[in-house]
Design a protein. Structure first.
Lengths: 95, 492
């Protein structure tokens, strides 16, 4: 399994990660090696084996939808880089 | 009396109860020990000494009042604790070992931490971790690496290396850690302390910054099984704030001086004694199993045939979950931001600049495993093989109560040894990953030392929700051995 530079760039784009040229080359090599190692899973016959959805016994986790107090808005906004009138401020989404 | 920082949690709580020491004295002794050793060990990212002294004073006041009125006090009143810096404590910054959260101050407290605060603990600080708990050496922290108190050229293990090193160095009697693939047990083994990874869903994950949500567990460190059990008991149990927390009864863990393990069935899996492992580790664990037998346990061989697949399964599933969980770090609502003309630029630059190399590697790996065209072959297949691993444990626990194995193939390795080879680093977790994949509990504790003077750890694994059996077995072992009482030279 040898990843190409284009594949690495595609994954980085999906993950919204800015990578330097050196990082791209490093991850191209390292991810190829890790995926080679992981390829041994393909040899196992898993037909009829369900994927693990949860390690715990299935049970209902539904509850009544009752209103309850949330965190104060000032507390929630305190960690934001930019706020404006009790809202998160962001630049334009479209170019 | 021995120096107060050398006391176990049990000894400290007894001395507090008898009025022989105050929490102020105990807390000051821990702070002094930290002052003395922190420049070398570097166990902490953020210290909270002022706050700790206020909590200690309040604890002493409450205890004095309760003595007057005859009221009971919370079980851990006045006991110093350190907390891995990936669990939220309201008002104290929580970095997760990452630059991207350098100034993040959570507005709420993790349930696990809150339950210990309610039980009366004093918090000395937040401990170092591999960034977002991704690592096995505490070298991947943006705040510098932690050193192993037994040998400063070695790593303390990871990712909860700061907590394990702090407990080993007698900076605190007990600590909180988290374990997604071995991050409590492996540092416990490398640092010669006792660490519990509870059953998945046993301790609330609310306020634990998410890495691999189907694997993450909040765990505890102590220098004895008894101390780790005290912490575990105080924080276990259902929490409506975590939909995966289980509404299962938490049995009281009664540990006394009785070292009788008659009736306990111990399984030893051949698959956990692999070629290439350090012979002293293999011998140490085999000797410890003999000791369990000498205490009355019966020992038999068990098989966990899919063990060899746990590593590739984990390193597809955990990064896949991480790539989704870490999508939230976009520079908008919290965390450091790198500005850009349009919002996409903010995302790219913020994440490119804010995450370290291992986090980026796992995000890339996980994104690939989940991407169109590769999902079935990688993530989908890994989840099926995970079912086979889980079934291995179900089958084995038909015939035994606990499974005994090494914690890691070697004792603590040298800093920098695996820096350029991620796969070699991942192999350090080969014996601890399967429990996370199956959701079963695991306990690590010291069972010897190698020729270099480094601790050797044994792991006991049990069925879902049977942490009590693991604690009982390790406690019995610690009644008749004294490996857990050894102190690193620098901490004496």
């Amino acid at each position: 399994m040898k990843l190409t530079l284009a594949e690495v760039e595609h994954i980085a784009q999906l993950a919204r990660l800015e990578l330097s040229a050196a990082e791209k080359e490093l991850y191209r090599q390292q991810l190829s090696a890790i995926l080679d190692y992981a390829a041994r899973l393909q040899a196992l016959d898993t037909s009829g084996i369900p994927p693990t959805a949860s390690v715990l016994p299935p049970r209902s986790v539904l509850r009544e939808d009752e209103p309850r107090p949330g965190l104060p808005i000032e507390e929630v906004l305190r960690n934001a880089a930019q706020i404006d009138d009790h809202q998160f401020r962001v630049p334009p989404v479209l170019e | 009396m021995t120096a107060l920082s050398q006391l176990t949690a049990r000894e400290a709580l007894e001395a507090l109860e008898l009025g022989r020491i105050s929490s102020m004295e105990l807390t000051r002794a821990c702070i002094q020990q930290i002052d003395r050793l922190e420049p070398g060990v570097h166990a902490f990212i953020t210290r909270t000494s002022e706050q700790a002294l206020s909590q200690a004073l309040a604890a002493d006041t409450l205890r004095a009042e309760a003595r007057q009125s005859g009221q009971p006090v919370p079980p851990l009143l006045g006991l110093p604790l350190v907390v891995k810096d990936i669990l939220a404590l309201s008002g104290v910054r929580c970095t997760c070992g990452s630059r991207i959260l350098e100034h993040f101050v959570p507005p709420y407290t993790a349930t696990s931490v809150q339950r210990l605060l309610d039980a009366g603990v004093v918090v000395l600080g937040k401990t170092n971790t591999d960034e977002y708990a991704m690592g096995s050496s505490t070298e991947n922290s943006a705040y510098g690496r932690t050193f192993n108190p037994w040998d400063m050229s070695r790593v303390p293990g990871g990712s909860s290396g700061g907590s394990a090193a702090a407990v080993a160095a007698r900076m605190a009697p007990v600590a909180l850690g988290t374990d997604t693939g071995g991050s409590v047990r492996q540092p416990a083994a490398y640092c010669g302390v006792t660490g519990i990874k509870p059953t998945y869903g046993r301790v609330s994950r609310y306020g634990l910054v998410a890495y691999g949500s189907s694997l993450d567990s909040v765990g505890a460190f102590g220098r004895t099984a008894e101390d780790a059990a005290m912490l575990f008991s105080a924080m276990a149990g259902y929490d409506p704030l975590d939909a995966t927390s289980m509404d299962a009864p938490v049995p009281a863990i009664q540990l006394n001086g009785d070292a009788n393990l008659k009736g306990l069935r111990v399984g030893v899996p051949r698959e956990y004694f692999i070629s290439g492992m350090q012979p002293e580790v293999e011998n140490g664990v085999k000797q410890a199993v003999k000791q369990l037998a000498a205490l009355g346990a019966s020992v038999r061989e068990v098989h966990l045939p899919h063990t060899e697949y746990a590593l590739p399964v984990y390193y597809l599933i955990a990064p896949a979950e991480a790539s989704a969980n870490l999508a939230r770090y976009d520079g908008i609502r919290f965390g450091e931001r790198k500005d850009g003309e349009v919002m996409w630029d903010i995302f790219y630059r913020t994440r490119g600049a804010g995450f370290g190399p291992e986090v980026k590697r796992r995000i890339m790996l996980g994104t690939y495993a989940l991407s169109a065209g590769y999902y079935d072959a990688y993530y989908g297949q890994a989840q099926k093989v995970r079912t086979l691993i889980k079934r291995d444990f179900e089958n084995a626990f038909q015939s035994v109560d606990v499974i005994a194995t090494p914690v890691a193939p070697t004792t603590a390795f040298r800093a920098g040894e695996h820096s350029n080879d991620p796969l070699a680093m991942y192999l350090e977790d080969v014996f601890t990953l399967p429990t996370n994949l199956a959701g079963v509990p695991g306990l690590a504790f010291p069972v010897g030392f190698d020729k270099a003077g480094l601790p050797i750890g044994m792991q006991l694994m049990g069925p879902h929700f049977r942490e009590d059996v693991l604690f009982r077995a390790a406690h019995a072992y610690q009644q008749v051995t004294d490996w857990h009482k050894r102190v690193p030279a620098l901490a004496q």
